[in-house]
Design a protein around this ligand. Structure first.
Ligand SMILES: [Zn+2]
Length: 262
């Protein structure tokens, strides 16, 4: 009986899924080691700490705009793990170019990042990338890598309050603990690209935005943990070439009206 259970367990871990966009991916250990319910519970605790430290933008119009835009992307995302509840907030910090995802699907976008954008398509590129870190369970994988699965389970049950505090501090300090690997960044770019095209936005905005950040006087923290922008731009250009039809929607005008309120 025990052996049977073990065999089933291994079969689950190594099962290969074929997704809607034709990419084959493998379920990772994080799916088994950190169940979504645990990630959610931990996310709620971490959000409570983070929300105390950050100032949310006061404009309801800005918050609603980002939330509705993200919801429209999610409508076409085929691989949302069951139980993940996304939440999107705009942080009022015009001097910081940053965005991050916390466990459970909380995504924070800094007003400084939005001020560096010129179209809704550029915002869709960043949102799609962060959404992919959550759907692909990179956040859960980093948690396991940093603390071990047991500690994460205990933290989710409220038995390791130290971890929640540490995580909150680390995430605010530019996500040091949750720094993704190069492969995870590449993966989030690829899946984010797919989400963007599914949402019918011009994927060229991925390229223009990276180019802009690359040219910034001091490289933004948002990019520091990522592969070189030139490499990412190259990958995205290749993906654009492979598309049968390239969407052209950018919604610049609508975005600029919102940007004026930041
Ligand atoms: Zn990333």
């Amino acid at each position: 009986m025990k052996i049977q259970t073990m065999v089933m367990f291994l079969a689950t871990v190594s099962m290969v899924f074929v997704t809607g966009c034709g990419t084959i991916f493998q379920r990772t250990a994080a799916d088994v080691l950190v169940p979504v319910e645990e990630e959610n519970r931990l996310g709620t605790e971490v959000a409570r700490e983070i929300d105390k430290e950050l100032t949310f933008h006061s404009s309801t119009e800005v918050q609603t705009y980002v939330r509705e835009l993200a919801t429209s992307i999610l409508r076409n995302v085929p691989n949302i793990p069951r139980g993940i509840q996304f939440r999107f907030v705009v942080v009022d910090d015009p001097d910081t170019i940053n965005a991050f995802a916390i466990p459970g699907g909380g995504i924070y976008i800094y007003s400084g990042l939005m001020l560096a954008m010129d179209s809704e398509a550029e915002l869709v590129a960043v949102l799609s990338h962060e959404i992919a870190h959550v759907t692909r369970r990179h956040v859960a994988q980093r948690l396991v890598a940093a603390y071990g699965a047991d500690a994460i389970s205990r933290a989710a049950l409220g038995e390791e309050p130290g971890i929640v505090g540490q995580l909150a501090t680390a995430v605010i300090g530019q996500g040091f603990m949750l720094r993704y690997s190069r492969d995870q960044e590449r993966d989030a770019d690829e899946w984010g690209f797919d989400y963007m095209v599914r949402a019918n936005y011009d994927p060229q905005a991925f390229v223009t935005f990276f180019r802009k950040l690359e040219g910034a006087p001091s490289p933004p923290t948002f990019l520091s943990s990522h592969p070189p922008p030139s490499e990412r731009v190259q990958n995205i250009r290749r993906m654009i070439q492979d598309l049968d039809r390239v969407p052209t929607r950018t919604e610049a005008e609508r975005f600029l009206k919102i940007r004026n309120q930041l």
